[in-house]
Ligand binder design. Structure first.
Ligand code: GCV
Length: 695
């Protein structure tokens, strides 16, 4: 076969296409296009369009009869259709933005910069034939969040029990292999392409727990990082490194890593300068300090602001930033001491430092106060630091949401977090805070954006569970526009991933995927730990139920179930006082067991099993009902998926992978149901009102 092979074509051939199968390019590839722009990203777009045209019979380069014009807003000699659009729009849409119009039968996309050209191109891919329908006036698109980053918890070498990718459920790292740089750089490029098509624009390439081997990425293994950056750059993905705070000792031979020591500051300045010489567009550092055994400024009696600012000073001359994580807590707690509350920790450590961080610091805050549980209240830190640039961190990798063995579409969870209004109904949202448009305006010159722990590995389907690809896609889309509806994002993903032929996605497949995925987070929540209590997982690997697994440990994650009731009293009146970390009205809503939303009740309160929820059910009956119903639901979705196979609507290997995972999900859901229900029957002595079987 003498088909022209272009880079985009190779990428599609060798890896699972995910949301970029060839069919997604047919609308563009079958038309005549003109592209006006220069630079690396413009070249990427040109190559993408040429590649699609080679496959679908279109052509590039013809201005006069072009049906599609892609151009930079600032381009001097625009074809007539684009010139007309430029004259009609008031302003340049910004670096990553673009204006799209269809007029006189020509689709015109004017981008503010090369990145906008790239995002505009992928927007057209999403629209497909709809981009070439009826005329419409100019519509401007630009990302709400400037910073949209995936963190990889990848180790260069396999590291003890965590394996190569900490909390990774999709094989090994795509960046590193056998202690070295991957021998499959095209996979890195293909990943960058998928990310760009979702809207993400940055990647951190190693685990935040920075071990000795990984620490060296900063110095003598910098060439490896540069190689990864080279692969990602054509798709506009910037590269960041997780660094060990003790690097001056580990790598520089200094006696200390004290952030106020001039020798330490000098070491970071020189090291960072070298990084920027090698990777001129290097994004910056990610730091986990004084957390779960990682080094940090506390060892020198310094604050986290002093630690972060030192790194900011080294990065700022090059436009880099440090993402400093707020996940700091005592992981050696005495479980007998009920006054210590892990939920309080991030606020207690960081809120007093508001206003002390340098402009080049972004404080990266997990969405909940504990740790990526399926249900937590939004972290109060996000409402407590108006003078600090804040990023919201979520987990695409499903550490606590089924480890890519269970279907759990997470966009509804993230959407809920981003839409939460910490100051009440008329106040700003969490998305506003992350975008830098919340109270306090734009500290440090812009929001910290949205960060997620990636769920990708070298697995054939990228994400282990093929349906977990939707989470990666949805992350990029919500970072671009946090107001998007999760169900609409799912439709986009379905259209891109499963369209075959001119008729689009068959209704039966679309309905089945919605039935399986739309409520899958809620279903997962309902067959696992109840009412926001969290952490009833097996210690260590965090998979499957172990109700008391963490109850008498040092980790600070307890449920306090006894024969009378369950939950953690975090009230001001009688508990740990955590509710006071929220602004009004949430401080009083959470303080009251009667006002507190049901789904968070036992996160905030220790209540009797007979406590009546807003639904009218008692707590104990709710536990039984949700566990029976959600497990039943998993069985239903498993048979729905089977029906899809019977009529041949998806590739058989993808079908088989999902089917195998659904079997495990059904087994695991039953295990959760039976252990949770039996545990609470035995603790409470209260039978199920419906007399169902509990062991
Ligand atoms: C990378 C949780 C995970 C850890 C992870 C940590 C973090 O505790 O279980 O594996 O460490 O979060 O976010 O730093």
């Amino acid at each position: 076969m003498n088909q022209p092979v272009t880079p985009a074509g190779e990428l599609m051939a060798d890896y699972h296409a995910a949301w970029l199968p060839w069919e997604a390019f047919s609308a563009i590839g079958s038309r005549r296009s003109a592209i006006h722009g220069e630079g690396l990203l413009a070249d990427t777009v040109r190559r993408e369009v040429e590649d699609a045209c080679a496959r679908f019979g279109g052509a590039t380069g013809a201005d006069e009869d072009a049906e599609l014009v892609l151009a930079l807003y600032s381009w001097s000699a625009l074809p007539a259709a684009a010139e007309k659009l430029r004259n009609s729009v008031a302003e340049d849409p910004g670096d990553e933005g673009f204006v799209l119009a269809r007029q006189d039968g020509v689709t015109v996309l004017l981008a503010g910069g090369p990145a906008g050209l790239l995002y505009g191109f992928f927007h057209l891919v999403r629209l497909g034939e709809a981009a070439f329908g009826a005329d419409h006036p100019p519509r401007t698109h630009r990302p709400v969040m400037r910073r949209r980053m995936l963190d990889h918890w990848d180790n260069v070498a396999v590291h003890d029990v965590m394996g190569q990718v900490e909390r990774g459920y999709a094989g090994g790292s795509i960046f590193w292999s056998d202690g070295a740089l991957t021998k499959d750089p095209a996979r890195v490029r293909a990943y960058g392409r998928l990310l760009a098509a979702s809207g993400a624009n940055a990647v951190s390439v190693n685990n935040v727990n920075v071990h000795a081997v990984e620490a060296r990425l900063l110095t003598d293994r910098l060439d490896d990082v540069a190689s990864v950056a080279d692969e990602l750059r054509p798709y506009g993905i910037g590269v960041y490194l997780s660094v060990n705070f003790a690097s001056p000792i580990m790598l520089g031979g200094l006696p200390s890593a004290d952030p106020l020591d001039p020798a330490v500051q000098d070491w970071w300045a020189r090291t960072t300068a070298r990084v920027h010489r090698r990777i001129p567009d290097f994004g910056g550092y990610v730091v986990k300090a004084d957390s779960e055994g990682q080094a940090g400024p506390f060892a020198y009696g310094r604050s986290h602001a002093e630690g972060a600012n030192m790194l900011a000073a080294a990065l700022a001359p090059y436009g880099g930033v440090v993402y400093w994580r707020a996940f700091v807590y005592n992981h050696r707690q005495d479980w007998r001491d009920r006054s210590t509350d892990r939920a309080r920790a991030a606020y207690d450590h960081f809120a007093p430092l508001d206003g002390q961080f340098a402009d080049a610091v972004i404080l990266q805050v997990k969405y909940g106060p504990i740790d990526f549980q399926p249900r937590e209240p939004v972290s109060p830190v996000l409402a407590a630091m108006p003078n600090t640039r804040l990023a919201v961190e979520v987990q695409v990798t499903q550490e606590y949401t089924g480890q890519q063995r269970h279907v759990c579409y997470l966009a509804p969870l993230w959407r809920e977090v981003l839409g939460f209004r910490p100051w009440g109904a008329s106040g700003a949202t969490v998305a506003d805070v992350a975008a830098g448009t919340g109270p306090g305006g734009s500290p440090g010159g812009g929001g910290g954006g949205l960060v997620a722990v990636s769920n990708v590995g070298d697995d054939r389907f990228w994400t282990g569970h093929p349906l977990a690809q939707a989470n990666l896609y949805a992350f990029g889309r919500l970072a671009w526009d946090p107001s998007l509806d999760p169900s609409a994002i799912l439709d986009e993903w379905i259209d891109l991933t499963f369209t075959r032929g001119a008729d689009g996605v068959p209704d039966q497949l679309r309905h089945t995927l919605h039935a399986i995925m739309d409520d899958s987070w809620r279903t997962y929540e309902h067959y696992t730990a109840p009412l926001g209590v969290g952490f009833m997982v097996n210690p260590g690997d965090h998979y499957g139920p172990s109700i008391d697994g963490y109850e008498y440990t040092q980790w600070g994650t307890y449920h306090f179930a006894d024969r009378n009731g369950i939950g953690v009293d975090r009230t001001q009146a009688t508990g740990t006082g955590f509710t006071a970390q929220y602004p009004h009205p949430w401080s009083s809503t959470y303080e009251s067991p009667h006002d507190c939303p049901d789904e968070l009740l036992i996160f905030f309160h220790h209540v009797p099993y007979t406590h009546i929820l807003h639904t009218g059910a008692t707590v104990i009956q709710h536990i039984y009902d949700t566990h029976f119903a959600a497990t039943q639901r998993v069985h239903e979705i498993r048979s729905q998926w089977q029906k899809i196979h019977n009529v041949g609507l998806v590739d058989s290997d993808l079908h088989a992978r999902v089917a195998e995972r659904l079997n495990e999900q059904a087994r695991s859901a039953e295990e959760w149901r039976d252990q949770i229900n039996s545990y609470f029957l035995r603790k409470s002595g209260i039978s199920d009102a419906l007399g169902r079987r509990i062991y």
